[in-house]
Design a protein around this ligand. Structure first.
Ligand SMILES: Nc1ncnc2c1ncn2[C@@H]1O[C@H](COP(=O)(O)OP(=O)(O)O)[C@@H](O)[C@H]1O
Ligand SMILES: [Mg+2]
Length: 329
């Protein structure tokens, strides 16, 4: 199921509760796809990164080569916030008169710690990665932070587009107003000249501003279109067969459906193996009970089970073994 999703989509998101195996399963899917000849980018958006730990090597905010066909990125929330603030400040400086620049800078400095800032900044980076990477990679895999965070992140493209749209509309209104004023002033050839001179500089500034806004609108529009296109993007929820992860999976599925993101699969990770003694048999029976709840609500969503391994999955060789099991399951 996982490998089919990976080969038939351009973007996969992995979400779910903390500790269920999002990083392990997303990295294994990325590795299996790269081993099959694909060019894959694995991106961690979780501020508590562990791709570096998993691959036993440093991974940072620019792509690092892990193995043939596989590159990885860990988005740095602080760096993303700084870049985001810089870009938004620049756009606002262009939009507002110089006298307002001090106020803008003060506001942006305060908003550095505002609620939602990290998500907005991360979203900006995700939008960049999707826009730049969709043509150059066969698959982009996002390993996301625990559930609530991810669902909030997924609604943001809508909000960011609306914000940018509002600014564009305001500019257009201001443009029309400026035109009317210019037309009113056009009563002598002398005036015409000066107004015309000022006009040119003014128009250049206007077109720069419009370009910034249109670029942003295009970027978030592109992300929203990509996320809601079920042929391009699929969301995979990873869970353990326990009460709370099952309930959270049902809730996350609902949230994602509401915002138009398709959940292409559920991965029940760390399943207790069969025929391994009484203790694990009892655990497995308990897990089956919880999976019944999942059947009742999400029986139609494709599901794959992955067995609990004897050891943690750390290092590329261990991940190779784990990813080989994806094809069998
Ligand atoms: N099927 C599995 N069997 C054994 N250990 C696993 C399995 N899947 C994940 N793990 C281990 O569980 C821990 C949490 O996994 P991780 O992928 O980091 O979860 P998440 O990203 O959802 O927080 C890690 O130590 C990982 O090696
Ligand atoms: Mg993780």
């Amino acid at each position: 199921m996982l490998l089919d999703l990976a080969s038939s989509h351009k973007v996969l998101f992995f979400g779910g509760k903390g500790g269920v195996g999002k990083t392990t399963v997303s990295a294994a899917t990325a590795l299996a796809t790269a081993n099959a000849g694909g060019k894959v980018l694995l991106v961690s958006t979780d501020p508590a990164h562990n791709l570096g730990h998993l691959f036993a090597r440093p991974v940072g905010p620019s792509p690092v080569r892990i193995t043939a066909g596989l590159e990885a990125i860990e988005l740095d929330p602080n760096e993303s916030v700084e870049t985001h603030i810089k870009e938004v400040s620049q756009a606002l400086h262009q939009l507002m008169p110089v006298t307002q620049h001090g106020e803008i800078d003060k506001h942006m400095a305060l908003s550095r710690d505002a609620p939602g800032m990290h998500e907005a900044a991360l979203l900006e980076r995700i939008a960049d990665i999707v826009q730049d990477g969709i043509g150059s990679y066969d698959l982009i895999v996002f390993d996301t932070a625990p559930s609530g965070h991810t669902a909030r992140l997924m609604v943001l493209p809508e909000m960011m587009s609306a914000w940018t749209e509002g600014l564009i509309k305001r500019r257009e209104k201001a443009d029309r107003f400026a035109e009317v004023v210019r037309d009113l002033g056009r009563d002598s050839s002398m005036q015409d000249k000066t107004v015309g001179g000022a006009n040119l500089a003014e128009q250049e500034k206007e077109s720069r501003i419009r370009q910034i806004l249109l670029r942003r609108r295009h970027k978030f529009g592109h992300l929203r279109d990509t996320l809601s296109d079920k042929d391009l993007t699929s969301f995979v929820i990873v869970l353990a067969a326990e009460r709370l992860p099952v309930l959270e999976t049902i809730e996350l599925h609902q949230q994602l459906c509401r915002i138009g993101v398709t959940v292409g699969g559920l991965v029940v990770n760390k399943r207790s193996p069969e025929q391994q003694g009484e203790f694990l048999a009892a655990r497995r029976a308990q897990e089956n009970k919880h999976l019944k709840t999942l059947d009742e609500s999400l029986g139609v969503v494709p599901r794959q089970e992955l067995a609990l391994a004897g050891q943690d999955v750390v290092g590329l060789p261990a991940l190779e073994v784990f990813s080989a099991a994806l094809a069998k399951a």
